[in-house]
Design a protein around this ligand. Structure first.
Ligand code: SF4
Length: 345
């Protein structure tokens, strides 16, 4: 096991069989070792600096019905909202004032948010803040739409593929959605020139070690600039309400594997990790993550963007909790970096 970890550190790749062995046989001692190696790699590229991204959850209306998602179309218990342009711009202003130089606009696939409205929104933000990075996380769109958003000033796009296994994808999504289209989107985004983020939920219902190996190999092929890894967490109003959460240890193992395979990637320590355990955020960083995404959305709206139960959105998750975040990072020897934090080759 040790020699596999050392080779992954040195060569940034392993065969499918070796990945399988690592995923199945990594005990606590070897998890500590791979976390340490991943931390050292992150440190060698980013020092003790953690990039921050200001997250604005622009709306929870969605035409899709992903089985794992708390804001899926079929959930009648969600109070739906949509931030108007002025509110979003004022969130950007608040974030800019706090020092954020990346904002992330995230939302469901909302029919009201036409491509024209997204272009208008992105153009307005770009005009007001020429120096920030604009990241979009608005789901699957046409090639033309992605191009138009890019031309309007968007720089990055987050779209997790969730699983690269066709049968597993179908078990997590309704028939109207396809893995093929998700992958088409990701290749479009890369081709257009976005810094592109993809990733998976760890421990999603039905996920096997074979699926994880497929995911790792796909991400190795795609070479995304950003990799989002978080545990699956159930939401009580979904078909997966009684499924168990993903495991902290497996999430940290995968995070470290991705760091060793993609030394310069931007890898967040996700809100889902922080929800799974009070020290989840810190453990993610100590396993090789180098990004956190505090919430810049209006406080009244945060509880409505519940993708899963008990989602962390206050305290160190909130932009106004930046000082608390700073203290938490300081306790493990890290500092906030407020620069744009672009991917660098
Ligand atoms: S995961 Fe995204 S696309 Fe799927 S239902 Fe939730 S918000 Fe919509």
């Amino acid at each position: 096991m040790r020699s596999l970890i050392e080779r992954l550190h040195r060569e940034h790749t392993l065969s499918p069989d070796e990945l399988r062995t690592l995923l199945v046989g990594c005990d606590a001692e070897h998890l500590a070792l791979i976390n340490q190696k991943a931390r050292e790699v992150a440190y060698s590229h980013f020092g003790n600096r953690i990039f921050i991204r200001g997250l604005i959850e622009i709306g929870n209306c969605c035409r899709n019905d992903c089985f794992y998602c708390g804001i899926r179309r079929s959930n009648r218990n969600v109070e739906r909202y949509r931030l108007d342009k002025e509110t979003i711009l004022s969130c950007c202003a608040q974030g800019y004032e706090l020092g954020f130089r990346t904002i992330v606009l995230q939302g469901g696939e909302d029919n009201y948010m036409t491509d024209e409205r997204v272009v208008d929104l992105v153009s307005s933000i770009r005009k007001a803040y020429p120096d920030i990075a604009i990241t979009l996380s608005l789901g699957e769109k046409s090639t033309e739409a992605y191009q138009a958003f890019y031309q309007a000033g968007a720089n990055r796009y987050l779209l997790r593929h969730e699983t690269h296994n066709e049968a597993h994808y179908q078990s997590l999504h309704p028939e109207s959605m396809s893995l093929q289209n998700r992958l088409r989107c990701l290749y479009d985004l890369k081709k257009i020139g976005y810094q592109t983020g993809t990733g998976i939920m760890v421990g999603s219902p039905g996920q096997t070690i074979e699926h994880l190996v497929e995911d790792i190999l796909f991400i190795e092929t795609l070479q995304p600039e950003m990799i989002g890894i978080g545990p699956f967490l159930p939401h009580h109003d979904t078909p997966f309400a009684s499924e168990p959460s993903g495991k902290m240890e497996q999430t940290l193992l995968l995070l470290s594997i991705f760091r060793l395979m993609h030394p310069k990637a931007l890898i967040p320590s996700t809100t889902a990790l922080a929800t799974l355990a009070p020290d989840g955020r810190e453990r993610g960083i100590l396993a090789g993550a180098n990004v956190v995404m505090p919430n810049l959305s209006p406080v009244w709206q945060r509880s409505k963007y519940a993708l899963y139960d008990n989602k962390a959105s206050m305290g160190a998750e909130a932009a106004e909790g930046l000082r608390l975040l700073e203290e938490k990072l300081d306790a493990i020897g890290y500092v906030i970096d407020k620069s744009r934090g672009d991917y660098e080759n």
